[in-house]
Design a protein around this ligand. Structure first.
Ligand code: KIV
Length: 289
């Protein structure tokens, strides 16, 4: 019997090679050590520490309140759990928009202080200068077009993008510009399937879709949507593979009932004490054995 091939750490090159071979790329979000461990052990190619953590972990209405401190804290936890996946840290709102200098410094913190391999940022032509500067500092950048949640107020809500010819044309141009600026990959979120497919065919770098159909080079989901952990809403494009919110509720109710009825803790959950030590304690306290 031959041993399975040794698993290697994924890099930006791994993703490019998968696109070249026509192999679908898998990416999931994670925000903590335990989830990162499970995602990594499942063989997922890449983990995104998304600023979606603002909504699914921290309970905000959108991603805008997420800070660099929040991101670095969660990135460090994920980096401790994942050994093989390519780790991508999402640059939060206002960490790269105000100046190119700030963008480079903040991007650097993801690699230097938080164990990430790359960063992701949102936007097209308005971000090209920042992308070029970050890449020339030696930091791989993933782009993000379509429904970019940090622009939710510009869009007037979480709504699909690129649905008319003019908007679609801009998106194709932005995608090509981001590739030229040095992005190693591109997330396409909530755009028409055929537009995402067209962009994927025109680009040499891999596209990762979320709500963008099967024509992308890879797929990403927010893990809390996939697990059914976030019950405020599930985007139309997410598939639920489990109902962990329901399962958590069942386990919590069972625990409550066990404690209230004395079924927990049982003997096997308890720590014993040698009889002679117990008798010595009782004697020194003046208690009867
Ligand atoms: O923040 C996030 O999780 C993301 C993905 C939805 C791509 O940007």
């Amino acid at each position: 019997m031959t041993n399975p091939p040794e698993r290697k750490k994924n890099t930006t090159l791994t993703l490019r090679q998968k696109k070249a071979r026509g192999e679908p790329i898998t990416m999931l979000t994670a925000y903590d050590y335990a989830t990162a461990l499970a995602v990594d052990r499942a063989g997922i190619d890449s983990i995104l520490v998304g600023d979606s953590l603002g909504m699914v972990v921290l309970g905000y209405a959108n991603t805008l309140p997420v800070t660099m401190q929040d991101m670095l804290h969660h990135c460090r936890a994920v980096a401790r759990g994942a050994q093989y996946a390519l780790l991508i840290g999402d640059m939060p709102f206002m960490s790269y928009q105000a100046s190119v200098d700030e963008a480079v410094r903040n991007a650097g913190r993801f690699l230097q202080e938080a164990g990430m391999d790359a960063v992701k940022l949102e936007g097209g032509h308005m971000r090209l200068e920042a992308v070029r500067a970050i890449v020339s500092a030696g930091i791989p950048v993933m782009g993000h077009l379509g429904l970019t949640p940090q622009s939710v107020h510009v869009f007037g809500g979480f709504r699909p993008q690129g649905r008319n010819a003019e908007a679609a044309q801009h998106l194709v141009e932005d995608a090509l510009h981001l590739q030229d600026a040095g992005c190693f990959s591109l997330v396409l979120e909530s755009v028409p399937d055929r537009l995402a497919e067209l962009v994927s065919k025109r680009l040499e770098i891999p596209t990762i879709g979320i709500g963008a159909g099967a024509g992308c080079d890879g797929q990403v989901l927010v893990t809390h949507d996939l697990l059914g952990l976030f019950d405020r809403f599930t985007p139309k494009f997410a598939r639920r593979y489990a109902d962990l919110h329901g399962e958590m509720g069942r386990a919590f109710r069972e625990f409550k009932n066990d404690v209230e009825t004395g079924a927990f803790p049982a003997l096997e959950h308890s720590t014993g004490m040698p009889e002679e030590e117990w008798q010595a304690l009782l004697a020194s306290l003046g208690e009867q054995g």
